[in-house]
Design a protein around this ligand. Sequence first.
Ligand code: CAA
Length: 253
Amino acid sequence: MNQTESAKRVALVTGGIGGLGTEICRQLAQAGRRVIAVDLPARAERVEAFEREVAALDGAITFEPVDVTDFDSCQQLTARIEQRHGSLDILVNAAGITRDASLRKMSPQQWQELMRVNLDGVFNMCRNVVDGMTSRGFGRIVNISSVNGQTGQFGQTNYSAAKAGVHGFGMALARETARKGVTVNTVSPGYCDTPMVAAVSAEIRAQIIADIPVGRLGSPADIARAVKFLAADDAGYITGADLPVNGGYFMSF
Ligand code: CAA
């Protein structure tokens, strides 16, 4: 990869101080990208902890508090970044929540809250970066889906629908942008060592881990390296793909 070229790339990671997002930001920064971590205007101590975690990277990662469910805020954010840095080259949509409940117990609020973050958030960000990327002739979009979008999971009709939707969205957008140097891909993590998975009951979690061929939860670093791979300058012939990173938990063609 051309180091001078890659050093100019500006990456935005939603869910940027989250379970997977922090490590995605770190690995992109280590690969020479200027990284903007976007997340909810979180509690001050969470942001401070994030800043301590990324301090070794000498200002390569900055934090922007934005709610991805708000289209106008996403529009203002992308305009601000393009104005400040000249471009926005890499978008990683890693913002996601769970609202687990079996369908017979799921409230409309649990359905809607999840859709607004996990699916509307992807639209809100992609819609606002796509014109800039296609006009500059370069872009890398990586959307974080989930193995549970591929297989379905008990208690996750909302999450599985949104995560399957993320890949459908990505395939459609990949076709729209392929001629303009913009790739759109999905990474589908399995069960990883994050607070989201820690929230699953110990009994169910133990059963899930027992079913993972590799024999352990994934690490955020396992996911981040797949994102970094798809976001590279020389990954231009991979588009509309879904890269599973799940320890063999779900294997398919
Ligand atoms: N599989 C099969 N049956 C199950 C079940 C499961 N996973 N969970 C519950 N049941 C059964 C119960 O045994 C019970 O059966 P009986 O009625 O015969 O006694 C019945 O279903 C209970 O149904 P409820 O609607 O009352 O379910 P609940 O409220 O007890 O549990 C739940 C619902 C909390 C969502 C629970 O199923 C659960 O935690 N599921 C796992 C959710 C999960 O894996 N989330 C992943 C979060 S991490 C993530 O999403 C990251 C990623 O991308 C991988």
